[in-house]
Write a protein that binds this ligand. Sequence first.
Ligand SMILES: C[S@@+](CC[C@H](N)C(=O)[O-])C[C@H]1O[C@@H](n2cnc3c(N)ncnc32)[C@H](O)[C@@H]1O
Length: 253
Amino acid sequence: MKIKQGDYVLLYLDKRRKYLVKVVPGKEFHTHKGILRLDDVEGKEYGDIVKTHLGVSFRILKPLLLDYVKKFKRGTQVIYPKDAALMIVMAGIGPGSRVVEAGTGTGVLTALLAHFVKPHGLVYSYDISKKNLENAKRNLKAVGLDRWVVLKLGDVTEEIEEKNVDAVFLDLPSPWLAVENSYRALRHGGIFVSFSPTINQVEKTVEALKSQDFIDYDAVEVILRRYKVERGSTRPETFMIGHTGYIVFARKP
Ligand SMILES: C[S@@+](CC[C@H](N)C(=O)[O-])C[C@H]1O[C@@H](n2cnc3c(N)ncnc32)[C@H](O)[C@@H]1O
């Protein structure tokens, strides 16, 4: 498939130097390895090479959703891919799923959910902050996923309007206060998922789940360790992201 004007490409030099760029006619992209003319990218195929005026080669890659999401304008803390991946799989999210989410925040989890529920599903995403909703709206539009998201200004500890949804995802400071409304919103067999940075939030959430007759609850933490792979001396990277948060799952019977 040939690259055309308006397409996004990921210009890859090496693992640490990859740039998400929109192909705009007449524009140049300046790197410390020289200048790339975007006119030279147009008409090429993903996987081809483009050279800077200094002769340095960049590989033209098709961006992944994560490449776009990393560029979202941030208004809040966001969910990391390692956590989002498990949350989405454990909740059984797929094409056609109807999901309630709160809070929207920057819209990172919203975008990932929208990507998995399309083309027939929908994400109802609540936030109490108008400013965060507006920012998330721009981010979702930029990646073309806004069609599968209904952004809602509202407090889920007060009300969740939707009923019979397949899953409720919470990433907010007091998820235990939204457990009762989540129960009402879920269909039978629906999944509750909550992400919290501290363990006392987990305790409070699980206590609320127990008193609300949820079953099959689980609390987990995803620890991701990267490796430096070199023949004869492969070992874990020295630095890692030590903590993001805990994930609580439960099922409505
Ligand atoms: C950490 S951010 C969510 C980040 C989001 N998961 C992401 O990946 O971009 C928490 C958001 O929850 C919102 N929030 C806090 N309490 C809420 C409530 N009771 N109902 C709805 N949204 C709430 C905040 O305004 C904030 O935008």
